[in-house]
Design a protein around this ligand. Structure first.
Ligand code: GUN
Length: 290
């Protein structure tokens, strides 16, 4: 079993991006600029956005963080999005999800200029991704693709089961793995809450992508010997061993599943760090596309 070290891969990619930023600046160019909109006080969202801002600082991007109380109106958010769309210094921006119930998330996503939609959530980018055109790809699936290629993991003709059908991870992941070329050319099955015999489907897979958000859902009887297991889960569970009082739990029961795997991602330190570098890469591309 080989552990897929997302931290190591993300550090390598960050160094490459840092180098490119230095070249841009040395050639008299503008520093890439990522902006983020954060609404409310969800602990997970605050942590993720802070990590994104910190990563920008590390690699030499400019960053802007716009925070709102969870009482903010949809109109106010739409006005800020219009402002960011029009701001020539901002190359790309994200609205951290989920948003409070009174805000129409889809309306917010569709208000973002697709050329600045570095999350790849706008229907224009999703549509382009589906038909294989250049576009911003959703950061978590793009990060997983990068991990598979970094470790030269064979994907052609492999049976892949994606558990979860979210717009952010499951759906785009299934598209990217089934597209022509490497990494891709997989035969993909998408499993979800209505799937019958999910454990049996999963047990036939060469590659399992667990992205349902249910801690330790994938157990050893669901994974065949030699499988590649990618764990996207990041649920916060109470812990008396950490200062914060919680720790992250993946969707895979790591201790019992890992001995059966050829490759597996840990939580934390697997997919998580890759999501951030994909976002940075998209922002660098957005700046270059101008
Ligand atoms: N919420 C969970 N993952 C993401 C992400 O990749 N981007 C945004 N904007 N919100 C998220």
């Amino acid at each position: 079993m080989e552990l897929i070290d997302g931290k190591k891969v993300s550090d390598t990619v960050k160094q490459e991006i840092t180098q490119k930023v230095t070249e841009i600046i040395n050639n008299g160019g503008k520093r890439p600029h990522l902006a983020a909109i954060l609404v409310g006080n969800d602990g997970g969202s605050i942590t993720y956005v802070n990590h994104k801002v910190k990563a920008c600082e590390q690699i030499g991007f400019t960053s802007t963080l716009q925070k709102y109380e969870d009482t903010v109106s949809e109109e106010e958010l739409l006005a800020k999005i219009a402002e960011f769309n029009a701001n020539n210094d901002i190359d790309g921006f994200i609205v951290q999800l989920p948003l409070p119930k009174h805000i129409n998330e889809q309306k917010i996503i569709e208000a973002i200029d697709p050329t600045k939609d570095v999350d790849g959530f706008h229907p224009v980018n999703v549509g382009k991704m589906v038909i294989g055109l250049p576009c911003f790809k959703s950061a978590t699936p793009a990060g997983i693709i990068k991990l598979l290629s970094f470790y030269n993991i064979e994907t052609s003709g492999k049976k892949c089961v994606v558990i979860g059908r979210s717009n952010i991870v499951g759906k785009p992941m299934s598209v990217l793995l089934s597209q022509k070329g490497y990494p891709g050319d997989c035969t993909v099955t998408v499993c979800h809450s209505r799937t019958q015999n999910l454990a049996e489907e999963c047990a036939q897979a060469d590659i399992v992508i667990a992205a349902l958000g249910s801690p330790e859902f994938v157990t050893k009887d669901m994974v065949k010997n030699g499988a590649v297991v990618i764990d996207v889960g990041t649920t916060r569970v109470p812990s008396d061993k950490t200062k914060s009082g919680w720790k992250l739990k993946g969707d895979v029961k790591f201790d019992e599943v890992s001995p059966k795997c050829s490759y597996i991602t840990p939580v934390p330190g697997g997919v998580g760090p890759m999501t951030i570098v994909s976002l940075l890469q998209n922002t660098l591309d957005a700046a270059a596309n101008k």
